[in-house]
Design a binder for this molecule. Structure first.
Ligand code: URA
Length: 208
């Protein structure tokens, strides 16, 4: 069963309140989404393995530790892009994959229109990023796509989720741990998270 981690750190919760506020402007919204991305990454990567290498300081040679595996960040377009800079600020060596999904109006299922991943994805720790975990259908499709490209160590990173989305990932991909800042009450009749923060993509990119 997937582990679900909800971050209750005061700084993260403070920033969550800023992005929930409908009066927060686009610039401040984008900055805070990225800052949350940085802060959650610190916790998400706490258990990453390290390996020993030799390094030469200005004084002498010594043994030191570096990350044992690559990290690949995979934002789900488009809202996932909002967290990428923040995460990459903390892991500058991370490679970025992309996955674009649209909702097929007949099947109502997410359908892939774009995906591109770095070759390292097979052996990397893969962070699938989408600030909103609503129905979970996009998350499932993204996880299936990275698995189809050989990814084995996958974590889902979001900000606001709901029980429906968490259950969807747990039911379909019990090997994928879920990292969120809040699990809200649920979904309304048009698929928005309540209380949520509205349409994250629109608020990030000023399209509304
Ligand atoms: N996507 C969003 O941007 N917001 C929601 O509330 C649900 C899905």
């Amino acid at each position: 069963m997937s582990k679900v981690v909800v971050f209750d750190h005061p700084l993260i919760q403070h920033k969550l309140t800023i992005i929930r506020d409908k009066n927060t402007n686009t610039k401040t919204f984008r900055e805070n989404v990225n800052e949350i991305g940085s802060l959650v990454t610190y916790e998400i990567t706490r258990d990453l393995q390290t390996k020993e290498i030799e390094v030469e300081t200005p004084i002498t040679k010594t043994k030191a530790r570096v990350l044992a595996k690559d990290v690949v960040i995979v934002p789900i377009l488009r809202a996932g892009l909002g967290m990428v800079d923040g995460i990459q600020n903390v892991i500058p060596t991370a490679k970025i994959g992309h996955i674009g999904l649209y909702r097929d109006e007949t099947t109502l299922r997410p359908t892939k229109y774009y995906s591109k991943f770095p070759i390292e994805i097979k052996d990397a720790t893969v962070l699938i990023v989408d600030p909103m975990l609503a129905t979970g259908h996009s998350a499932i499709a993204a996880i299936e796509e990275v698995k189809a490209h050989g990814a084995k160590d996958i974590r889902f990173v979001g900000i606001v989720g709901c029980p429906e989305g968490v259950k969807e990932i747990q039911d379909h991909h019990p090997d994928v741990d879920i990292y969120m800042v809040s699990i809200d009450e649920g979904l309304n009749e048009v698929g928005y998270i309540v209380p949520g923060l509205g349409d994250c993509g629109d608020r990030l990119f000023g399209t509304k």
